[in-house]
Design a protein around this ligand. Sequence first.
Ligand SMILES: Nc1nc2c(ncn2[C@@H]2O[C@H](COP(=O)(O)OP(=O)(O)OP(=O)(O)O)[C@@H](O)[C@H]2O)c(=O)[nH]1
Length: 349
Amino acid sequence: MNQQKIPATVITGFLGAGKTTMIRNLLTNAGGKKIALIINEFGDLGVDGEVLKGCGAENCSEDDIIELTNGCICCTVADDFIPTMTKLLEREQRPDHIVIETSGLALPQPLVAAFNWPDIRTQVTVDGVITVVDSAAVAAGRFADDHDAVEAARSEDQSLDHESPIEELFEDQLTCADLIVLNKTDLIDVAGLGRVRDEVAARTQRKPVMIEAKNGEVPAGILLGLGIGTEDDIANRKSHHELEHEDGTPHDHDEFDSFVVDLGPVADPAGFVEALKSIISAHDVLRLKGFVDVSGKPMRLQLQAVGSRIDHYFDRAWAPGEKRGTRLVVIGLHEMDQGAVKAAIEALA
Ligand SMILES: Nc1nc2c(ncn2[C@@H]2O[C@H](COP(=O)(O)OP(=O)(O)OP(=O)(O)O)[C@@H](O)[C@H]2O)c(=O)[nH]1
């Protein structure tokens, strides 16, 4: 057995920042490295796994892609992540590198801490934590714009000690980074990007390297060659929750919710997308993604919304015997009116 520690790269970043896109790109330029992928999503519909399995990279077969679906990886470390890693390490053919994609709502800190568990520590090391940032969302003020609302809520309820949950999570993910990828640079201009750099830098005490990217196109040699050993430095990367609850009170994801909408075939995909944009804006939906059954089309339509920006493309043919259908996962803040969003989407098909 190879006694060298296997490097593991943790890829984190808020909902829709471009983590899966970056990993997809990485798999196509990782040279001969055999990569095992552990992916974790918020919500009950595995879209990222589908996307990554669909890229057919030889260095990462479907068997090497493991989906953790029982909630956010930071909350299921003991029950899900550790057993998965243990099994992976028992494989006869061990991977050269492990890549872990956290859900967009996960705190990376508890995950990195898990690399200090005795069974894991002796065999694996964290090569680095990479935080992907949606530069366009930062430029649009997504991580800062509800300051006033939070202040108003706090003045009504003195027990509230939090910043907005989105802002806090964004900072926690930056605070844990060894490398920050300012992604989606195609959506903003140079001056806007400069402001994004300043805002991101201001939101973390640590000053990790920042690089810019479009569609997560970063050479594999950079992403998989950080060589940090982050598990030895977790004391310097504490999350807001760890700082506020030093007694070890577990954190949760109560501030966010998700649900799945199942629909029949959609006759007019362009009209469907436009109508979804209105629903997303009206209800402040953070993320919506899934697959659409377009009437009469042999191909499946994949739909990806980050805020009200929607990408859609036919990703593959429906397989023979596969049950066609439209399935979308919707993610928002807890106060999002789930019933109204669901009813509005259901009324579209
Ligand atoms: N314009 C533009 N779109 C991008 C870029 N990177 C990713 N996207 C799009 O952004 C959407 C979300 O990308 P994902 O890679 O799924 O994001 P993610 O971080 O994995 O999302 P979650 O897993 O839901 O948190 C998709 O529609 C991507 O095609 C980019 O650099 N520019």
